[in-house]
Write a protein that binds this ligand. Sequence first.
Ligand SMILES: [Zn+2]
Length: 243
Amino acid sequence: MAKKRKPIPTKVVNEVMLRSALTCCVCKKRDNTIQTHHIDKDPSNNDIENLAVLCLECHNKAHIRGGVGRHLTASLIFTYREEWYKMVKIEKVKEAMRSARRVLEDAPHAYIETIPEIRQKLLKTAQPEWDSGVTIRMVKAHSKYIDGLKNILVKLAAFFPKGAFGSGDKHEFFSEIISSKFKWHSSLTETQFAGGTIAGVICGGAVSSEVEKMVEDMVQTLLYSEYSLWKTWKKEWDLAIPA
Ligand SMILES: [Zn+2]
């Protein structure tokens, strides 16, 4: 007498589907309609070890009696299933590693590549002002250039571990560093050029160089494991002067 079919608990079906990646473990055709098969053909035995995901085609082959066609025996299905579960597991680990790498590396790479061009654009705006010889314009151009570099620093900070640059606002973090650099350089230049606007120009130039160095340091840190990439980037960055 045929055994009575018992519905497979959802939790068990889900687990079987997960292990099999919603794919028939025999033919592995992804588009085929799938169902849960009882390997021992006892529909009341819902033990997870007794279940395998098969497509309708393979399921029919499993239920063919006699010598017609290719017959899928219970032990054959079991072997197929074990092999397939292993492959799915390996593929899942590989995918997890791929996505981790994407997050860690590819995101900064894409942005880092664009930085020399950003610098070139900033310089293109600043250079005519610096060449004007009008100190007030020169000072303004420096502060605009430094602001542009600061935006790069803030964007780069996102690729560092959480909390690497304090827990607060990154703009504020870098603004504080930059303003302390201004303080330092004005203390020095004031001694030489007391009160003159030329002091502001010298100071702006000195701070610009230091903030450029901060960008370089951050990029070098992000590319620490890729020396040749860093060298190439540095060359591009140094050459990023408007034509
Ligand atoms: Zn199949």
